[in-house]
Every structure is written in C-alpha cells, then in structure tokens.
Ligand binder design. Structure first.
Ligand code: AMP
Length: 255
C-alpha cells in the first residue's frame, strides 16, 4: 500500500515581486520600511502544487503543512497559505535576524522530522537573496532524492515523476518518496486567497517555535560588505544623419 502524503511547504516572506527595491542608506541591504511584503512567488507555486495534488486525490494527502522562518510578521504569509489550502503551519520566529540557507535547511530538517513529512516542495529560489540553495541542502541533510526546477509533477503511489525544463528540451526524473522538489515558474499559476477563506484560516493551527526549540544555532558565515545600485546610465546623444552616426561611432572607436 502506498503512503499518504504529508507535504511540507516552506514559504518565505519577501518584498513583493512587483516592487522595485531601493538600497538602504547604510548600503547594507534593501530598504524594508514601508514596503509591501508577500509570499515568495516560487513558494506560492510550491503551495499551489501541493493544493492541486490534494484536490486531485484528497484521500492521498494526509496534510499540507506550511512553515516560515522569519520575524513574527511572517505569520501573514502563513495565514495566506492556510487560506489557500494548507491545513496547519509553523512559524520559526528568529526575529529580524538574517538566516542563511544552511541554517534554514537545518531548521526545515527538524520540522520534517517533527511533522513526519514525506514530501517537501520548496521554491527553487527566494527572490530576495536569490540563493537557490535551501532545497538542495535539505535534500543533502536528509539524504533524500531531489528534483529541482520542476515544471510538471506526477504522483503515482510512492513514485514521483518530475519534469524539468532544460536547455533544448525536457528532463523527466523519477524517484520514490520521501523526496524534495523545488518549483520553477511554469509549474502552475497560483490562486488568490479569498477574503472568507482568509477569515476562516484564522481558526487553522499556527504554532510558533524558536530556533533553539529545534536545537539549531543561527550563525552567519557570510558578511555583506556592500550593496550598490547599478551605475546610472549616462544620457544618450541624437544624430541627424547616417554620416553623423558613422562619424560618432568612429569617434567612440566603436567601429
Ligand atoms: P533560497 O535557497 O534562499 O533561494 O530559497 C529557496 C526556497 O527555500 C524558498 O523558495 C523557500 O521555499 C525555502 N526557504 C528559504 N528561506 C526560507 C525561510 N526563511 N522560510 C521559509 N522557507 C524558506
């Protein structure tokens, strides 16, 4: 008999993808004050995929558990995840501390064990740090098979097929549960959370833990030296004729 799915979906709270980030005055990162935050788009796709797996065959899924590591504000993204269809959730409250992918993966490993998860669907990357590391590190720590950048997922019992878009074609991998999947942009189009579902989600479980509850010490191995805006483009010039254009290009030694 095949196992029931206990899906874990890690969702990160990041600056909304539609907002153009500004560098802070200290040039240590991006200005976060007064800025809209949302679920990282790739995590939203991971959540959507879990919900579709459950909708397709409700009996095959025991639960979808969402987890976020961040400040208390990350409760917002967990509530959205619960409103969309996650059954329960955990916030690992690390305050305003930046947490690097290895520490995130170590905490997720503890949550996998606590929730007895047998499938973890993560985003392929968080759009704030663009690390693209957490899923891979978690697979390494758990010693589970992983299929990254999924554009299609098919589950048949304990066997999972994942298609990935690669240069010039598609690559289809098959693995047995338990496994790790990371999502690419074209896997699906996430739904919106309706207001009534957001209200109902307030009754769904949201547990808060500290990293110390999971026995993980948060240490930074990287130091940000400086964050800079790209150089401003200098103004262009207008030419009247092709001859003038050729002359100008010669002057600039472009031809
Ligand atoms: P990254 O390796 O940082 O690019 O993130 C890849 C994926 O790991 C994200 O799409 C999330 O699914 C998960 N992840 C990373 N950081 C966090 C976090 N702080 N809380 C929850 N999930 C996270």
């Amino acid at each position: 008999m095949s196992s029931k799915l206990r899906i874990l979906v890690p969702v990160k709270r990041v600056i909304d993808f539609a907002i153009k980030p500004r560098i802070n005055k200290a040039q240590t990162g991006v200005e976060t004050k007064g800025v809209k935050f949302s679920i990282n788009p790739f995590c939203d796709i991971a959540l959507e995929e879990s919900i579709r797996i459950k909708e397709k065959d409700p009996n095959s899924v025991e639960k979808i558990h969402a987890v976020s590591i961040g400040s208390a504000k990350a409760k917002d993204v967990l509530r959205v995840a619960l409103a969309k269809g996650a059954d329960s959730s955990t916030l690992i409250d690390v305050g305003d501390q930046e947490v690097e992918p290895l520490q995130v993966a170590k905490m997720l490993k503890q949550v996998v064990e606590k929730e007895n998860s047998n499938l973890v669907i993560l985003g392929k990357q968080a759009i704030d740090d663009d690390s693209n590391q957490t899923g891979q590190m978690l697979a390494g720590l758990l010693n589970w098979p992983q299929a990254t950048n999924a554009s299609k997922v098919v589950i048949e019992g304990d066997s999972v097929s994942v298609t990935r878009e690669v240069d010039g074609g598609a690559d289809t991998l098959k693995a047995q549960l338990p496994m790790i999947i990371t999502t690419d942009l074209r896997l699906n189009e996430p739904r919106y959370a309706s207001l009534p579902n957001i209200m109902k989600a307030k009754k769904k479980p949201l547990e808060t833990l500290k990293s110390s509850d999971l026995g993980v010490e948060i240490e930074s191995r990287l130091e940000t030296l400086k964050v800079e805006e790209p150089p401003a483009r200098s103004a262009g010039i207008k030419v009247e004729t092709v001859d003038q254009l050729v002359e100008k290009l010669k002057e600039l030694k472009a031809i």
